[in-house]
Design a protein around this ligand. Structure first.
Ligand code: C2E
Ligand code: MG
Ligand code: MG
Ligand code: MG
Length: 279
């Protein structure tokens, strides 16, 4: 019978499946507690101009240092926070923190904040962003929001409304992880997007791999002809940096320049660089 089949099937999943479910359940409990205790910290990865090498800003990257688990990757906990309905709250805190922090930087520096697809579909997002700007006093054009192609897939109209409101606030929108989603290039002109970020998976095999080189070249040209800025992320070697600079990518970020670091370290790095230029 179906009932017995169901039972048998359930038995087959054990114990590996129960293990995974258990782990997941504990992660949920810890994540809820982390929200209550505010165990999060915003790190910053410097972004530089590919031609001059000067720092032009940073990307805010969330860190969860769990007392029980140590460092948990946002790639692991953000999807769970989305499912649990916690991501808007966590995301609002990142926005507030990033805007506040950026007001302590040189005032031509930008700050980029990641926005998950679930956050983008939250109709309160424009208000949350406006409030973060108002409370911090950060100029809207210094804030960049990074969205992914998947965020534009589902409810197209809702995404368009939200992005239009954000655009009207004066905030800029970037397409993160470009080339890895279901790219229907039509959204590049349908939505108010001002930057493309080339995904690290295309950068890591540069400059040797001809396929990656062609893709990077094509994206750089696409950005140029659509009048969008292009950032290459995940630059780890100086060979990659010079290849990227030759292709006309505007900005780069990656471990070669710096890993994501706490805000105090970012400021120290900025001061040291300015000092080095002045000397
Ligand atoms: P992302 O926005 O594409 O961020 C870039 C990721 O690549 C970061 O991982 C960064 O540490 C890493 N990375 C940068 N340069 C290099 C490099 O040269 N080599 C290598 N191997 N990795 C590099 P991280 O910080 O673990 O974040 C992973 C993802 O989690 C982010 O990808 C973003 O999608 C998400 N995320 C992080 N912070 C937030 C946040 O505050 N809100 C939301 N919604 N998502 C976030
Ligand atoms: Mg990003
Ligand atoms: Mg990315
Ligand atoms: Mg990524």
């Amino acid at each position: 019978s179906a009932k017995r089949d169901g039972k048998n099937r359930f038995c087959q999943f054990e114990p590996a499946m129960m293990d995974a479910m258990q782990r997941r359940r504990y992660l949920e409990i810890d994540l809820r507690r982390a929200c209550a205790r505010d165990e999060f910290e915003v790190f910053y990865q410097p972004i530089i101009d590919s031609q001059s090498g000067e720092i032009t800003g940073a990307e805010a990257l969330l860190r969860w240092n769990s007392s029980e688990r140590g460092d948990v990757s946002p790639a692991e906990f953000i999807p769970i926070a989305e499912e649990l309905g916690l991501v808007s709250r966590i995301g609002a805190n990142v926005l507030q923190q990033a805007c506040r922090d950026a007001t302590t930087w040189p005032d031509h520096f930008d700050v980029a904040v990641n926005v998950s697809p679930v956050q983008l579909l939250d109709p309160r997002l424009p208000q949350i962003v406006a409030q973060a700007l108002r409370e911090s006093g950060l100029r809207a054009d210094r804030l960049e929001l990074e969205i992914t192609e998947t965020a534009l897939l589902g409810d197209d109209e809702a995404a368009l409304r939200t992005l239009t409101s954000l655009h009207e606030l004066g905030v800029r929108i970037s397409l993160d992880d470009f080339g890895t989603g279901y790219s229907s290039l039509s959204y590049l002109h349908r939505f108010p997007i001002s930057r493309i970020k080339i995904d690290r998976s295309f950068i890591c095999k540069l400059p040797e791999d001809p396929g990656s080189a062609s893709i990077v070249r094509a994206i750089a040209q696409l950005g140029e002809s659509l009048d969008m800025k292009v950032t290459a992320e995940g630059i780890e070697t100086s060979e990659q940096l010079s290849f990227i600079a030759q292709q006309g990518c505007d900005h780069v970020q990656g471990f070669l320049i710096s890993r994501p670091i706490p805000v105090a370290d970012f400021l120290a790095l900025v001061r040291a660089r300015i000092g080095a230029v002045a000397a």
